[in-house]
Design a protein around this ligand. Structure first.
Ligand code: AMP
Length: 646
């Protein structure tokens, strides 16, 4: 078990829940301080701090104005347009009030939804903060989503106003947003009353008479606007965010106000150790949960400057390739805490590690990685390259903040390669046997990772307008027990560290043996010639399923050269045989130049699996690069057919 200090902290959070969270609640400002801490009278619906009133925007912006009004609050950098701009807390305060005044002028009121469909612009953060300032509910839709996905989210959220822009940019190419938005609104049964548009002058902007409004002139009109924060009940919904990777009807994760603010403030102290006046840099996008929690709200609540970056990890401010751009920004803005994803590190890993030390990164104290399994070779590469602790953290859109990691702000503990860490305070994490629902208490037993209710502050309240789906999806998977399922496999070692073995819904079953694709991926990516790998279960007449691997070789020539391919495939199979046993050996290893991923870096396993099984790949609206699936098809055609024989 963790040593006593964190162990005590954790125990208290579970055994003396109300006292624990009452203390954490003191980290934020309240208009009416909490009298009641946790109302769990109607599980699994939990209400944190009911009756207390607060405001997210006040906690993120206004309360810092008197003390550090002139300090940096939002640093916006775009390597796409070569622009950089620092907003102090004073300036952010003014910009947010201008945006709030505009939204009010467009008829937005407390409880109304505002859908934000924007690239990584400072105005996107202003819009989020302006919404929570006036008690409106924001629903940010990732800018990369296309019209059909956007339309289904507009229908579900029913926004009064949509905030958008003419275009984003990616790798130097203009990506027009407005035509997609127009098409989405045409497809949608719900019609927003107004569309507010930031014109970056990157793409032509055709305005719809009476519906569309340009931001710049309205901003001028409300330059001196003063809009007070609307004090809302702690349980008031602050935002909804649609989960990635789901098919069919989108699932709006719904979050409260007070619990979320407390959870973020606590995580900034206990997990991320952010100090007021320092700079936090999360490389995520505001369209994802990390962007909400750790680009916008978390760092600002902690009084830190937050660096918001539009651009690729390997492209400089002048548009030329530069795999050291992030570290240049770390040096320039004295970033102390940085948050990214393993995928981004794997992109950097294709370049020489010397790039990591090209700039003075002595301000950097830690790099936090989350969103997908952090394989050991990637963790080692970046850890050795940067010379700072790499802290894996496991969580979900639903949780809003880490479920498993190391709370170094409570007690400094070593991270273990391959493990995101231990359960965070407030999360009563358990491993259950999938079939019987029995709790697994011994070391190294594989089970489904579940959380006993009530979920701690900051987690989803429900699924937007669908309480039944919330209960059905998350709380009903274990027979006879109401526990929240993460749908992830995990094990816990003898010291209490957890290891995530992949989604329980991605489990593969080879000849009756249950295998986690993660284990096989980890083994294969340990091969020096492999940059990245995805393993999936593909239907097989003989064994039920077989594992198939798609690997991105470090040497791109391998993809086109049959002899090199066969040699590397053989080596990989030997490695799996030796490390995991022949049962885990993939039936085939195919080589591709890139893997099909969403724009947030998640592997599209189901689409790959469908292609392997000759089925329709389904909804591909989240696919980042369509050539990736073409490569999968080509690789399969070039190789021997998948067969379990042998
Ligand atoms: P999302 O809600 O899109 O962020 O996806 C959450 C899922 O990503 C989790 O249920 C895990 O399957 C995976 N995930 C997130 N963080 C980690 C991590 N640190 N290690 C392993 N898997 C992770």
């Amino acid at each position: 078990m963790p040593s006593s200090t964190y162990a005590d902290f954790y125990r208290r959070s579970i055994d003396d829940r109300d006292a624990f969270w009452a203390e954490q609640a003191a980290l934020i400002d309240w208009q009416t301080p909490p009298q009641q801490i946790c109302d769990n009278s109607r599980p699994p619906f939990v209400r944190w701090f009911p009756g207390a009133t607060t405001n997210l925007c006040h906690n993120a912006v206004d309360r810092h104005v008197p003390k550090r009004g002139e300090s940096a609050a939002l640093i916006h950098v775009s390597s796409e347009t070569g622009s950089e701009r620092i907003y102090s807390f004073n300036e952010l305060h003014r910009e947010v009030q201008r945006m709030a005044a505009i939204l009010l002028s467009l008829g937005v009121r407390k409880g109304d939804r505002v859908l934000i469909y924007m690239p990584m612009l400072a105005e996107a953060a202003f819009a989020m903060l302006a919404c929570t300032r006036i008690g409106a509910i924001h629903s940010v839709v990732f800018g990369g989503f296309a019209a059909v996905s956007l339309a289904s989210r507009i229908e579900d959220a029913e926004p009064r106003v949509v905030v958008s822009a003419d275009a984003g940019m990616r790798g130097g190419k203009v990506v027009a947003y407005k035509p997609l938005l127009d098409e989405a609104i045409r497809h949608s049964r719900h019609q927003p009353e107004s569309v507010l548009l930031v014109d970056r002058q990157l793409a032509p902007l055709a305005l719809v008479e009476g519906r569309d409004h340009l931001y710049a002139p309205l901003r001028m009109q409300y330059l001196d606007a003063e809009v007070a924060c609307e004090w809302v009940d702690a349980t008031h919904t602050s935002y909804t965010l649609y989960t990635s990777g789901t098919t069919g009807k989108p699932k709006g994760v719904q979050r409260d106000t007070g619990g979320y603010a407390v959870a973020l403030a606590a995580s900034m102290r206990h997990i991320f150790e952010g100090q007021p006046g320092e700079t936090y840099f999360s490389t995520s996008d505001i369209g994802w949960v990390v962007g909400h929690s750790y680009i916008v709200y978390g760092p600002l609540i902690a009084g830190m400057a937050t660096l918001m970056y539009e651009g690729l990890p390997v492209r400089g401010m002048d548009g030329e390739p530069d795999p050291s751009i992030w570290w240049k920004l770390v040096e320039k803005y004295k970033v102390t805490r940085m948050f990214s994803a393993p995928t981004a590190v794997r992109v950097l890993k294709k370049y020489d590690a010397a790039h990591l030390r090209q700039h003075d990164i002595s301000s950097l104290k830690a790099l936090y990685l989350a969103g997908e399994p952090l394989d050991e070779p990637t963790a080692r590469w970046i850890s050795e390259g940067l010379g700072v602790p790499i802290i894996d953290n496991y969580w979900q859109t639903e949780s809003g903040w880490p479920i498993l990691t190391i709370a170094n702000g409570v007690e400094r503990k070593p991270s273990r390669f391959g493990s995101p860490g231990v359960p965070m305070y407030g999360y009563n994490v358990k491993l259950l046997d999938e079939n019987t629902g029995a709790e697994l208490t011994g070391p190294n037993q594989k089970g489904v990772l579940v959380i006993e209710g009530p979920l701690p502050p900051g987690c989803l309240q429900t699924v937007w307008r669908d309480d039944a789906r919330f209960v059905q999806t998350y709380w009903s998977s274990v027979p006879g027990r109401q526990v929240y399922s993460t749908f992830d496999w995990g094990i816990r070692d003898a010291d209490g560290y957890f290891f995530i073995l992949g989604r329980s819904d991605d489990v593969i079953n080879v000849a009756g043996h249950r295998l986690g694709t993660r284990e096989i991926e980890e083994c294969i990516s340990g091969h020096a010639q492999v940059a990245e790998v995805a393993v999936l279960g593909v239907a097989d007449a003989l064994k039920g399923q077989v594992a198939v691997a798609f690997a991105v070789p470090r040497d791109a020539a391998t993809v086109a050269d049959e002899a090199l391919r066969l040699r590397l495939e053989g080596e990989i199979m030997k490695r799996v045989d030796a490390e995991l046993g022949a049962v885990a050996r993939p039936a085939r290893v195919f080589f591709v130049g890139l893997l099909p991923k969403t724009r947030s870096g998640k592997l599209l396993r189901r689409a790959m699996q469908a292609v392997c099984e000759g089925r329709d790949a389904g909804d591909l609206s989240t696919l980042d690069d369509p050539t990736a699936l073409v490569q999968i098809r080509q690789a399969m055609q070039a190789g021997k057919p998948i067969s379990a024989a042998g």
